[in-house]
Design a protein around this ligand. Structure first.
Ligand code: GTP
Ligand code: MN
Ligand code: MN
Ligand code: MN
Ligand code: MN
Ligand code: MN
Length: 196
């Protein structure tokens, strides 16, 4: 499954490819689990209809525009108030071309406030596609439980993800400074070498 990263302006010239856009919303989180384990950060993903984790978003037409298409999908899937929390070109993070599949995936990252995360979560259950394409937004555990060093992110990473959503999650965590490169490598190692 070869894929290559391309700049946004190059990708929109690929008119013979199918394009999809997905978005990661995240916010700082001061909460402490059981009153002592820092939650660190809130990162939203969704449980898809197919049982895989992914980001909200979907197929877009180049004619409607990448971000306009993404905002349409976000409204359908999570009832996002796109006038206030809509994705813009400035939120673009990475585009990857999958030549064998004639497919281009665009990934966006948007930092919001903890209050806005709650607004997004509340609205999501009223979305048109809630209970259909989207089985609900979930918060990704970005911490690792000190008790067994597997609970939290390592265990979460052993789930099944759609497309390259798992790689996008890891990239987002590092790029946004949510976790360090070393912390991510440690979680990946624990995810594959320890019992869950
Ligand atoms: P339909 O209305 O059924 O067409 O769904 P949709 O428009 O919401 O499309 P979907 O979200 O399933 O995304 C379209 C394609 O992008 C999927 O077939 C996957 O291959 C891929 N995809 C889905 N979610 C993600 C994601 O989070 N990241 C990446 N990189 N690809 C994804
Ligand atoms: Mn309890
Ligand atoms: Mn979708
Ligand atoms: Mn959709
Ligand atoms: Mn769609
Ligand atoms: Mn649809």
């Amino acid at each position: 499954m070869a894929r290559r990263a391309v700049p946004r302006f190059e990708a929109v010239k690929l008119t013979r490819y199918k394009h999809a856009c997905h978005a990661m919303f995240h916010a700082p989180n001061e909460d402490k689990l059981f009153g002592r384990i820092p939650m660190r950060h809130t990162v939203l993903m969704q449980m898809r209809f197919d049982g895989r984790f992914g980001f909200p978003g979907g197929f877009v037409n180049l004619e409607e525009g990448l971000e306009a298409g993404l905002n349409r999908e976000l409204e359908e899937e999570i009832g996002l108030d796109v006038r206030i929390l809509g994705i813009t070109e400035g939120d673009w993070a990475v585009t990857e071309v999958h030549d064998e599949q004639n497919f281009v995936s665009h990934f966006y990252i948007k930092k919001v406030t903890p209050e806005q995360i709650r607004q997004i979560e509340t609205a999501a259950t009223t979305a048109k596609d809630h209970g259909l394409e989207s089985l609900g937004l979930v918060r990704v555990p970005v911490y690792t439980l000190p008790r067994d060093k597997v609970g939290g992110l390592p265990a979460f990473l052993s789930n099944t993800f759609i497309g390259t959503a798992r790689e996008e999650l890891l990239m987002g965590l590092e790029q946004e400074g949510i976790l360090s490169h070393a912390e991510i490598q440690k979680a990946l190692k624990a995810s594959t070498t320890r019992r869950h």
